[in-house]
Design a protein around this ligand. Structure first.
Ligand SMILES: Cc1ncc(COP(=O)(O)O)c(C=O)c1O
Length: 396
């Protein structure tokens, strides 16, 4: 569906300037999890208006009665075009599969490709559903934590990764690239280390690249499958328009197989992996016709990450924060608030109780997140300022 010739408009007005009252009309998890007096800054949804080409594509599908089972349609070609122009990578559309969402794809591939009871390695602090899905799939979580540098930045830890992958019965590594919650965009050198280590240990690589469209100025995404490395033959990448264009409710992600054999595994599981049809139409519109809107988001997020640094320096200087290299999630080291009313192991609890602002708890991302909280910056500047105002009030 949709008019392939219609591009989105350009300019900062694309994102709208929704008020808190207007946003509260939304019925998504972000706006319905907490009572109305709480400012939700936790789950990874953004607060902007949707891109017009996406709205049109979904409306046209509805008007045409086109709401049946999902079919990949042009999604492979649309993503391949986006990847070529924005990520310097030209995946073969024949290796691209539509899936309902990234976590379903990852979980299904764990089930299909790793032995029951085997270990799956992750690098905490990391996206909390990784812990859940590995356990639900009947596999063991094996941790290869990120290394935290003295300046507050994070690195992939080659020794920790090798140690974890060399344990008995370890079968796979879930790479989070860019990394949620620390906001790192891994360098080609770091990714080559991952590829070398996984290849040497015979581990499958599941590369979660859902935040790749949101890499911010100053960093460059290296898709794992774009590496010229034998490890890519035992790798599957996952991505989506859901974070970049804020449409997770439409249920469509992408899995990209690193080899024909892995493509067969995805093909065989077509029934488990059927995407939402509206999500397919929306994702095609996003990748082909809504890059102007994406650029407006990137410019706003670039401003927001700087604004947050200014706000924290002014109001909560005890919180340590390094602006992320991608996406809209700020990983806040609140350990120097310890002993203060908003401090402790779970600073998000204090911010919520006394400030009426909901951040994600650092410990959701692993034990390494004790004393941390994650703030969602995918919002307007006034609402970002309001989040910090509420956090500051919680400390009073
Ligand atoms: C790293 C990462 N992976 C996966 C997801 C969830 O993606 P999906 O809704 O496509 O399962 C998120 C959502 O925030 C995420 O940050």
């Amino acid at each position: 569906m949709g008019d392939a010739g219609r591009a989105d408009r350009q300019g900062p007005g694309l994102l709208g300037n929704p008020s808190l009252a207007a946003l509260r009309q939304r019925t998504s998890a972000k706006w319905r999890t907490y009572p109305a007096d709480v400012l939700p800054s936790f789950v990874a949804e953004m607060d902007f208006d949707l891109a017009t080409p996406i709205i049109d594509a979904v409306a046209e599908s509805m008007a045409a009665g086109d709401a049946g089972y999902g079919h990949i349609g042009r999604l492979g070609e649309a993503f391949a075009g986006f990847a070529a122009s924005r990520l310097g990578w030209s995946p073969d559309p024949a290796r691209i599969f539509a899936i309902p969402d990234v976590m379903t794809g990852i979980t299904e591939m764990i089930t299909a490709l790793t032995p029951p009871g085997s270990g799956v390695v992750i690098s905490p602090p990391v996206y909390s559903p990784f812990f859940l899905r590995i356990r639900f799939a009947g596999r063991r979580v094996v941790e290869a934590p990120l290394r935290r540098r003295g300046d507050g930045g994070y690195e992939l830890d080659a020794e920790a990764l090798d140690r974890a992958l060399s344990q008995d019965g370890v079968s796979a590594y879930i790479l989070c690239s860019p990394h949620n919650p620390v906001g790192r965009v891994w360098t080609a050198q770091e990714l080559t280390m991952v590829a070398d280590t996984c290849h040497a240990r015979g581990a499958l690589v599941l590369a979660d690249e859902i935040h790749a469209p949101l890499v911010l100025p100053g960093a460059a995404q290296v898709p794992f499958l774009s590496l010229n490395h034998p490890a890519t033959a035992r790798a599957i990448a996952f991505t989506s328009a859901s974070k970049g264009w804020n449409i997770p409710g439409l249920k469509c992600g992408l899995a990209i197989a690193g080899s024909p054999e892995l493509a067969t595994v995805l093909t065989e599981r077509w029934e488990v992996l059927t995407p939402g049809l509206l999500g397919v139409h929306a994702a095609v519109a996003a990748f082909e016709r809504a890059t102007g809107w994406l650029d407006a988001v990137l410019a706003q997020l670039d401003r927001n990450r700087g604004l947050l640094a200014t706000l924290l320096a002014g109001h909560l200087p005890q919180i340590r924060y390094r602006p992320p290299e991608a996406s809209f999630l700020a990983w806040l080291d609140c350990r120097e608030l310890n002993g203060a009313p908003g401090g402790g192991d779970d600073p998000a609890a204090g911010f919520l109780e006394r400030g009426r602002v909901a951040l994600a708890s650092g410990t959701d991302f692993g034990a390494q997140g004790r004393g941390f909280a994650r703030l969602n910056m995918g919002t307007t500047e006034p609402l970002l300022a309001e989040a910090v105002r509420r956090m500051t009030a919680a400390m009073g």
